[in-house]
Design a protein around this ligand. Structure first.
Ligand code: FE2
Ligand code: FE2
Length: 411
């Protein structure tokens, strides 16, 4: 998952940050965390890159901000009710059964096997690129691990009321554990890994109502798919930019994310109340924009990473957002019109405000002056954010799943 996972996150202001100490039950058996603890220190002095370490070879997690990937928790009782077979005899169990058998096939069972090119490639990435690579791997790993935690818990909690849906969640947590573990192993190639067991117990968990989990998670899976496949295709066309073998795994990897997203499509379809009224339209659009704006700001703050792969950050982002939006329009009742020029104009204004805020933060001015300088920029940022939200929109989704060809006609 993603979202939020897969390198993106939502910055929904309605969140309720809660610290869950040892309560996260998934911490009991965490294969990814176990692998992380065994990470070997690298040959490069990681502290020279400006990272703090918890102990040798183990990186302190980047401090949380509005744009960093989060861990999620939800109202599990409400989820249990929603998928209880006793209370909801009309649930599309045939569709869920078919999906479960597909997940059991486990297409990527043998895909995530490393080869001996990883370490050498990591050693060859030096200078500023090394730092941005580690940051990319950390964000991706945290996002994947976030999916692992949420799906694992959903699998556990729904076991009694709906064993099929529960098992699908467990299978998806298997996939996310693989993804997170693979990324954490990649981090250890760079001499730094995350202690995911520690993170499980100590990171803040953001509470989302089930319907918000559905919107946000669907989007994070689909945007994750489009990010991975777009990077993969670009590097296939430009093999000289293939700096690190991780990206060669993205083709099959992104199919996991696509399947996860399709499962959320089925879940949303089974709960038409999340798709068929004005509130559903409002929230759908809100979550789309939260995910798109967060990714756009995040990636533009780190454009040197995408440039190191030979990508144009703006073009890459626009492609991913437009494609994700087209996919999302097949199920969400309303999406923003991401192909309207005014949409990108306003997104650019947000980037400019963000750049100004970063410049103010980095200046030598006294704190009181910085705060004063920030005020008009915040105001412009808020105004543009509101304009993005109120901007052109498309009412095209349907409670019925629209096949790809038909959805394309809507644009
Ligand atoms: Fe996923
Ligand atoms: Fe994943």
């Amino acid at each position: 998952m993603a979202f939020l996972m897969h390198g993106t996150n939502t910055f929904a202001p309605c969140v309720n940050g809660t610290r869950i100490p040892a309560a996260a039950p998934v911490a009991r058996r965490c294969p990814v965390a176990a692998r992380a603890a065994a990470a070997a220190p690298g040959t490069v002095n990681e502290e020279s890159l400006g990272f703090k370490t918890m102990r040798r070879g183990i990186k302190e997690a980047a401090s949380e901000s509005i744009l960093t990937p989060r861990f999620y928790t939800t109202n599990f009782e409400a989820m249990e009710d929603m998928f209880s077979l006793e209370r909801n005899p009309d649930l599309p169990m045939e569709e869920f059964d078919a999906m479960l058998s597909e997940f059991k096939t486990d297409y990527n069972q043998t895909h995530f096997v490393r080869n001996n090119t990883f370490k050498k490639a990591a050693e060859n990435i030096q200078g500023p690129n090394r730092k941005i690579f580690i940051e990319f791997l950390e964000r991706s790993c945290t996002a994947e691990f976030s999916g692992f935690l949420l799906y694992k818990e959903l699998g556990r909690r729904l076991k009694k009321t709906n064993p099929v849906v529960a098992e699908i969640f467990t299978m998806m947590s298997r996939d996310e554990a693989r993804h997170a573990g693979f990324l954490n192993k990649a981090m250890s190639d760079f001499g730094l890994a995350l202690d995911l067991g520690f993170l499980t117990k100590n990171r803040k968990y953001t509470f989302f109502e089930p319907k918000f989990i559905f919107y946000a998670t669907y989007l994070s899976e689909k945007i994750g798919y489009w990010r991975y496949i777009s990077i993969y295709r670009h590097l296939q066309r430009n093999p000289d930019n293939q700096l690190y073998p991780l990206f060669e795994y993205f083709e099959n990897w992104c199919q996991d994310e696509n399947r996860h997203g399709d499962f959320f499509t089925a879940l949303l379809k089974s709960q038409p109340q999340f798709l068929d009224d004005w509130k559903a339209k409002l929230w759908s659009r809100f979550f789309c924009l939260s995910v798109y704006v967060t990714m756009y700001l995040n990636d533009h703050q780190r454009s040197s990473f995408y440039e190191s792969l030979g990508l144009d950050t703006t073009q890459f982002n626009r492609h991913v957002i437009i494609e994700t939006n087209k996919t999302t329009a097949r199920i969400f009742p309303q999406v923003p019109d991401c192909e309207a020029p005014i949409f990108w104009e306003r997104m650019e204004n947000l980037i400019n405000c963000n750049k100004k805020l970063a410049a103010i933060g980095a200046s030598e001015a006294p704190a009181w002056l910085k705060n004063l300088q920030r005020l008009p920029v915040f105001e412009r940022f808020a105004k543009n954010l509101l304009l993005v939200f109120l901007g052109p929109q498309l009412d095209i989704g349907s409670v019925d799943f629209v096949p790809e060809g038909d959805a394309a006609l809507a644009f």
